[in-house]
Every structure is written in C-alpha cells, then in structure tokens.
Design a protein around this ligand. Sequence first.
Ligand SMILES: Cc1ncc(COP(=O)(O)O)c(C=O)c1O
Length: 345
Amino acid sequence: MNKIIDLRSDTVTLPSDKMRKAIASAELGDDVFQEDSTVNKLEQKAAEIMGKEATILVPSGTMGNLASILAHCDRGTEIILGDKSHTCLYEGGGISAFGGIHSRQLPNEDDGTISIEKIRASIRTKNDHFPKTSAISLENTHNMCFGTPLSMEYINSVANIAIENGIKLHIDGARIFNASVALGVNAKTLVKNVDSVTFCLSKGLAAPVGSVVCGSKEFIYQVRRNRKALGGGMRQAGILAAAGMLSLESAENQLAEDHKNARLLAEGVSQIYGLTIDLEKVQTNIIYFGLNSTHITGPQLITAMDKRGVKFFETNPNIFRMVTHYGVTNKDVLITLNAFTEIMK
Ligand SMILES: Cc1ncc(COP(=O)(O)O)c(C=O)c1O
C-alpha cells in the first residue's frame, strides 16, 4: 500500500523507533508523588531550555493553558486574548466553564499579533462596573494566523504592558520551538519576560503525548494543584517523558527540515493553476492556500487528493491548511505537488 501523506496537522506524528525503545526502558515511579525520575529529568531539562525556575508535565496543550490561566486569574476577572487564538476557539471555553474567567477577545492580525494600542486600551480601569484584568495570553507560533512566529520585540512590548499594570503574561507556545527556529532566537530569550509558557511535545516534536508548563516555582505549585483537580495527575508518566526527552534533543534539526519542506510545498502550490497562496506568510511549518476555480469545489479537491493518498483540511470555504512534520519527507512534498498538478490541470 502507498504511504498516506498526512498534512492535516503535526499532531499526527508517530513516535520514532528510538522513542519506542526509550519508552520501553524508561525508569518509572509515581509522578503524583513526584517520584518518577524520567519525568523529573524532563521537567529539569525543560526548565533549563526555557530559563524558568520550574516546569510541570501535563497531558495536553489544552490542559497546560487551562491550568496556567486558572493559576493567573481569579473567578470573575478578565484575560485579554486573540479572537483567533487556540484558547479562544478550540479549548471548549474551558477558562470560563471551569474558571469563571471572562475572556476579552481582541482581533488577531494576520501575523498573530494583537495591536499593542488595543491591548493597552483594553486594560480595565478601577470601576465597580468592570471585571479586573488579570492576564494577557499570546500564541507563538500562531496556528490560525499562518503559523507566524511572534518576534521577541513584540512579546517584550506586551510584557511591558503586563508589568506596568501588575498583570500576568502567558504564552501558548504549543509550537514555540518552530518560532525559535524560524526567528533564529532561542526559546529562552523569546520567553524571558513572560510569566508562563506552555509548549507541546506531541506536535512537531513527535512525542506521543504531553505538554510542559513553565514558570516560577510559586506558579508551578499552583499549576500542579490545578492539574490534580482537572484529573491530569498521571502516575508512571515516565513512559511519556522518555519520548519527550528525545523530542527536546532533536527539536531544532527536525523543525528546520519541516520549515524547508513547507516552503518547497508552498512554492510548488504557487505554480499550480487555480491555487492561490501568499508566500510571504509561510514562515514555519503551517501553510494556508486558497482555491480559485470554477471546475472543482473545495470538498471535491479534498476527496480527489485523499484518493491519491494526501490528506489536509479545508478550514473555511475554499481555504485549506497543510502542516509539515517529521512524517512528511521532501519526496512526499513532490508527490503532493504532482497530485495537485494532475487534479487542477
Ligand atoms: C496553538 C495551540 N495551542 C494549544 C493546542 C492544544 O494542544 P492539545 O491538542 O495537546 O490539547 C493546540 C493544538 O493543536 C494548538 O495548535
């Protein structure tokens, strides 16, 4: 059977043979008692990489964001976030459902930023009618905004607003290492002035499960309590951490390769009649492109490509997303482009 080229997401990555071996031989203990030495090693390594006092392994990016925001915001207070952020769109409204936290949704620009002026103007003044602003959340890279990396300068400008107003800054860094590779700035520098960051081991980093939340010791203490309350206290979680350790070691090389493949794919798409793409927006491993044809509809294009073994999503009518990752090789990109050419000719 021909290989399926799965460009739906970098979450589809499967653990490598090396990871499976590391999982099989991992030293384990009870992580709720903080006695799993493999988890402890992963958390220590993550703390070094992110330059934060403490970190904690959680089951998913969604739980990492939720447990972090619950730690930063009291019930009835407000968090400023982007209207295209993952937390706003795809986390089940968890911050309001479980935390009673009010979201102040500001427009995300195409590059994933939120206007500095709009953030500043949205910080609540002291008034009995208003909820209190307790935090700001940014996403880096920004999934729904073309996978764009947020620059260190932009993050620091938002951090200054947070400091001036005595509120917290959280980063949903599910793909922070993609940002780091694309910008040529290490992750530690990118998050130096933020209070907390969550990153995912299970996306481009290819581990099967897990995300890590990073911040001060006091903050991580509260996140640990939140993780337990949310049912995310895992026992012999070293089987996950063992794979995560390998992810952290191989991150940069693999992600750079994924970005190269995304660029090749995007440039190829730009040459195909009936497909449209803004090449300048392709900076990491996420590509959005459009269909401009009277001969084929979006769902027909998806089905025709699927029959040729290539999978991706239509995110809006005639707008599609493809994501490269370690399961997609240079050769797979060429096969994908050939399939597009055949269908669109
Ligand atoms: C930017 C971003 N944040 C958070 C998440 C949530 O991660 P998880 O699927 O592990 O809950 C995702 C998942 O795709 C994401 O893209």
